[in-house]
Design a binder for this molecule. Structure first.
Ligand code: PGA
Length: 249
């Protein structure tokens, strides 16, 4: 169901003591909000984070997941391992996973499928690189990432999908897509899903924007009709900034 969401992707930041500190601060300052608030700490602190937030409104997500049930995949994490520590949301397809760890559309489709089969919600990330935008190819790129990653899914699987449009040129660069650019792409995403499935699925899916969202620009971006919230990197590591972004929604 379409809802407002602010998710913090902590990436490879914060050791255990820092994680506890940041979770404590975010919890203390969390405003009364109808938006869903999610944090995604690093794997090594995930169980402890889930435990700390057990009775909190704040939910915990993993930053990645392997598609196999178990087995000889050194360094990887399975769906069962996440569920067993009460984590039922996972970020899949982040541009850093695609760029630095060679994750392809084909691999991501397998991960999405495995997560959904295990009733784990997916925050599916995608977005074009700078060259692709400059050459006017950004709509084609986004369409093909959606198609290859998600369009084999049955219609009912979409209830467990959250989309995060993150133009790569805006991630961690301080450069944000303008609210108009975000809205234009989010509307295009809904149109693409309408064509592949139908309008009700397209209108019910939450589409987050990610890429240098900060307290100073969050309000304007979130005010756009097809933007349902944000996936926040750098600003999610500072409690006051993250809380200000939550308030902006
Ligand atoms: P950023 O990261 O907010 O630091 O640009 C966003 C993301 O990678 O999800």
């Amino acid at each position: 169901m379409r809802s407002k969401i602010v998710a913090g992707n902590w990436k490879m930041n914060k050791n255990l003591s820092e994680t506890k500190g940041l979770l404590g601060e975010i919890s203390d300052k969390l405003p009364d909000t109808e938006a869903e608030v999610i944090v995604a700490p690093t794997f090594v602190n995930l169980a402890e984070s889930a435990h700390i937030l057990e009775s909190s409104k704040i939910k915990v997500a993993a930053q990645n997941m392997h598609y196999a049930k178990n087995g000889a995949f050194t360094g990887e994490i399975s769906a069962d391992m996440l569920l067993n520590i009460n984590v039922d949301t996972v970020i899949i397809g982040h541009s850093e996973r695609r760029a630095y760890f060679g994750e392809t559309d084909e691999l991501l489709a397998k991960k999405v499928k495995a997560a959904l089969e295990n009733k784990i919600r997916v925050i599916f990330c995608f977005g074009e690189e700078l060259e692709e935008r400059k050459s006017g190819n950004h709509f084609n790129v986004v369409e093909s990432q959606l198609k290859n990653g998600l369009f084999e899914l049955p219609a009912d699987a979409w209830e467990q999908i959250i989309l995060a449009y993150e133009p790569v040129w805006a991630i961690g660069t301080g450069e944000t897509a303008s609210p108009e650019q975000a809205q234009e792409m989010h509307a295009f995403i809904r149109k693409t899903i309408t064509e592949a499935y139908d309008a009700s699925i397209a209108n019910e899916v939450s589409i987050l924007y990610g890429g240098s969202v900060k307290p100073s620009n969050a309000g304007e971006i979130f005010s756009k009709p097809d933007v349902d919230g944000g996936l926040i990197g750098g600003a999610a590591l500072v409690a006051d900034d993250f809380i200000a972004i939550v308030k902006a929604i």
